[in-house]
Design a protein around this ligand. Structure first.
Ligand SMILES: Cc1cc2nc3c(=O)[nH]c(=O)nc-3n(C[C@H](O)[C@H](O)[C@H](O)COP(=O)(O)OP(=O)(O)OC[C@H]3O[C@@H](n4cnc5c(N)ncnc54)[C@H](O)[C@@H]3O)c2cc1C
Length: 319
């Protein structure tokens, strides 16, 4: 039986939901033994929910060299040591901001092949799928090595539950901190409480939003939906939103279950960043706007009329 490692990301509410798709991908069809690595000391608290997705072994990862939380180098060194210690053939994680950083460092230390932003993985065949050229092609890439390291695009794989009995193992990696990097402060991005790249629902405002303060109507709706707020490049270039909110070819790549685009024409470059969304809803005043040819549901209307009504209806449903 193969041994697969999964890097778990946690937030204020415990294990981030987007991890469950990664665990489902790690399980694949061979039912390997999964070691889920928790780096922030919350392994015991994570055990139950991870076990409901088939994780039998939750590893509380620490390092002899000190506190993992403030040193990306120490985290990567501990993770790389654990991959060797548990004899893992693959390490998977999220291609989030944190995952891209940590998986890349660990892969370099392991001298392992790495692919980020994968849409799928076949661990038996050691292949991953990845979209290229703004989503126009999907390449299947073979990784030659042992172990291999893959970052999966958040929400690209449907999580499937597989309840089992979980246990926590402690592993203190015999590694020291090189002292080259230290995280001093972490700031919340402008897209709201929910991280844009990992959100299940995104509501985006394009050029007609017309002023930074007008994003407030999207934020109010987003708060009720538990959504993140995005922007088009036209809106970002006009100074209505920061670049951290931009979705698209030169912004963030997202894959939510529901994408509500308000005042977007439907440009190729915007779609390059969100075309893998499961359901796309468009609000546009122009019935001939290209986005209506690319969405699942279209509303021909003014976003400044539709969004407040949607917010009110959602509020009523909640109360
Ligand atoms: C190399 C390159 C990279 C790029 N990268 C990106 C990227 O990462 N992300 C990105 O978004 N773009 C990117 N672009 C820009 C892209 O080509 C488009 O210019 C941009 O996406 C258009 O933004 P928009 O849809 O908000 O604005 P517009 O194209 O101006 O469309 C606005 C739409 O809103 C509708 N509308 C007007 N008023 C209202 C209203 N009150 N209510 C509802 N609808 C209304 C209009 O009918 C129109 O269809 C890139 C371009 C290049 C060349």
């Amino acid at each position: 039986m193969s041994n697969i490692g999964v890097l778990i990301e946690t937030g204020d509410d415990g294990v981030k939901e987007s991890n469950f798709g990664v665990i489902t991908a790690a399980r694949g069809s061979d039912d390997p033994e999964i070691h889920a690595f928790v780096l922030d000391g919350s392994a015991e608290a994570c055990k139950g929910v991870l076990a409901s997705y088939g994780v039998e072994k939750v590893v509380a990862l620490g390092a002899d060299g000190g506190d993992l939380s403030s040193s990306p180098d120490l985290q990567a060194a501990a993770l790389a040591a654990a991959v060797g210690h548990f004899n893992l053939t693959a390490l998977l994680g999220l291609s989030s901001a944190a995952g891209r950083d940590l998986l890349a460092r660990a892969a370099a230390m392991l001298d392992a092949p790495l692919v980020q932003d994968c849409l799928g993985v076949d661990l038996g065949a050691q292949t991953v799928t990845k979209s290229h050229f703004s989503g126009k092609t999907v390449a299947t890439i073979k990784l030659n090595g042992n172990p291999i390291v893959c970052g999966l695009r958040p929400n690209s794989i449907e999580p499937l539950s597989a309840p089992c009995e979980g246990s926590v193992i402690e592993y203190q990696a015999p590694v020291q901190d090189g002292g080259k990097l230290k995280i001093q402060e972490t700031k919340q991005s402008a897209s709201g409480a929910v991280d844009l790249a990992e959100a299940n629902i995104i509501i985006t405002g394009g050029r007609p939003i017309a002023a930074p303060e007008n994003y407030q109507i999207l934020r109010e709706c987003a708060q009720i939906l538990g959504a993140a707020v995005g922007a088009s490049r036209a809106a970002v270039d006009a100074g209505f939103a920061p670049h951290s909110m931009q979705v698209g070819q030169t912004g963030k790549t997202v894959s939510p279950k529901l994408y509500i685009g308000c005042g977007l024409s439907g440009s190729v470059q915007h779609f390059a960043g969100m075309k893998t969304s499961k359901i796309i809803v468009a609000v546009n005043t122009d019935k001939d706007a290209p986005i209506f040819g690319k969405c699942d549901y279209g509303i021909i209307a003014d976003l400044f009329e539709v969004v407040p009504v949607l917010t009110e209806v959602l509020k009523e449903q909640q109360s």
